[in-house]
Design a protein around this ligand. Structure first.
Ligand SMILES: NC(=O)c1ccc[n+]([C@@H]2O[C@H](COP(=O)([O-])OP(=O)(O)OC[C@H]3O[C@@H](n4cnc5c(N)ncnc54)[C@H](O)[C@@H]3O)[C@@H](O)[C@H]2O)c1
Ligand SMILES: [Zn+2]
Length: 380
């Protein structure tokens, strides 16, 4: 049975256009459009063994629509993007199996497979067409949208290209097997977008969070689609991240510093972002920037996520420097920092924000100390 599938488009710079199909049963609806695109072509299907084990059956019709179906495998997680090695090995397979300029590539996985697959497609024979079928909530609301592809060479997402997929298919049915922790981490990215870009969606989170955390398809599909739409709107206004797109960095300045200090272990990205959101609303309050009670509302919402605690022992380990100084240093080294200092996407309130607000370093350091002692402190 096919239910409420939403169709929308992303027009990006250079005339590239992506069709997005989202909702319960989106993959079935997509077949009519995508099968002709695969017909008679060599099609590379990039995924991982675990994801194929859970959800591989859903690809059957797409695979049989291709002229020739060639499987490519990656490992999940950041290992897929570990330097140029995994990409180079896959490009060799693509050449060896007769890949041509008109070959197609389909990614089927989380953000790591999507980023790798997009990068493969961007560079193979100077660019082949591809589609994203994201299988994690994070990839459906964030990673698969916007054309950013990358691998990690000496740092995260350092080597990549903008390359827009022809379709993004976000089918909520594939999320049924997603581990609860992955679902929760992805929902944090949706909350991030809702708080500044879609106040109705934020209210829906406040109302339906329990059902969302239980992966209730009746509420999950529409929330994922609304989040994807919010990202599409931002990206279409600012395809190359020159301005507005930096709103997507809300909560990420502090989160990236946490992740670097933890060497990308111990916390999922979305979990780090949750702490990053708590931090930046508190900073906004202390700088008298906040004009409403977004800090209270976000805290009240995020508390219900039952996130893992900040791994303090691990945060302190591996460096002789004081953890606060180290976190400030990571933020200053962030590629989004400027000469003037650390720039924040700073909330003014629900649905309202300023980009590139520079906060005094001593105030930031002072708050980090108190935050690490009690990240869930009640706003004053
Ligand atoms: N390109 C962008 O704009 C962008 C934006 C945000 C994040 N990213 C990237 O996304 C990556 C993280 O992606 P992620 O959070 O999706 O993690 P991931 O790709 O590592 O997947 C997480 C886990 O979920 C499992 N999984 C995936 N789908 C499943 C399913 N349907 N059922 C059961 N298990 C499933 C995988 O096996 C894996 O263990 C990072 O590399 C990050 O840099 C990119
Ligand atoms: Zn993020």
């Amino acid at each position: 049975m096919v239910q409420s599938v939403e169709r929308f488009e992303l027009r990006a710079a250079g005339g590239a256009q992506t069709v997005l199909l989202y909702g319960d049963g989106a993959l079935d609806v997509a077949l009519d459009e995508i099968c002709p695109w695969l017909k008679g072509r060599t099609a590379f299907f990039l995924s991982s063994e675990p994801i194929l084990g859970h959800q591989g059956d859903r690809l059957r019709e797409l695979r049989s629509a291709a002229g020739r179906d060639v499987s490519l495998r990656a490992v999940d997680g950041e290992a897929a993007k570990d330097g140029l090695g995994p990409a180079a090995a896959l490009w060799q397979e693509m050449i060896a199996s007769g890949g041509k300029r008109d070959s197609r590539l389909v990614t089927f996985g989380g953000g790591s497979i999507g980023d790798l697959g997009g990068f493969l497609a961007a560079c193979f024979l100077r660019g082949i067409e591809y589609i994203q079928i994201p299988t994690t909530l994070l990839a459906q609301v964030d990673a698969a949208i916007g054309g950013k592809t990358a691998v990690d060479v000496g740092g995260k997402n350092t080597v990549g290209a903008f390359h827009h997929p022809r379709w993004v298919v976000g089918d909520s049915r594939v999320l049924a097997t997603l581990p609860a922790g992955e679902l929760r981490a992805g929902l944090v990215e949706s909350v991030k977008m809702a708080a500044l870009l879609d106040t109705d969606l934020f209210r829906r989170f406040e109302r339906d969070l329990d059902r969302l955390l239980a992966a209730d398809p009746g509420v999950l599909g529409p929330v994922v689609a609304a989040s994807a739409r919010a990202k599409v709107q931002v990206v279409s206004q600012d395809p190359k991240e020159k301005g507005l797109r930096r709103v997507l960095n809300f909560g990420h300045t502090f989160a990236h510093a946490l992740e670097k200090q933890l060497d990308y272990r111990h916390l999922r990205h979305g979990e780090a972002v949750a702490y990053g959101l708590l931090f930046v609303v508190r900073l906004a309050r202390e700088l008298n920037f906040l004009e409403d009670d977004l800090d209270r509302r976000l805290r009240r919402l995020l508390i219900r996520f039952d996130l893992p605690e900040l791994p303090m022992r691990e945060l302190r380990a591996g460096s002789d420097r004081d953890v606060t100084e180290q976190l400030v240093a990571w933020m200053q080294r962030d590629k989004k920092a400027t000469e003037e200092g650390i720039r924040w996407c700073m909330p003014r309130g629900l649905g309202s924000f300023d980009l590139d607000v520079v906060a005094p370093l001593d105030r930031v350091g002072d708050l980090i100390r108190r935050f690490l002692a009690d990240p869930w402190a009640e706003p004053v």
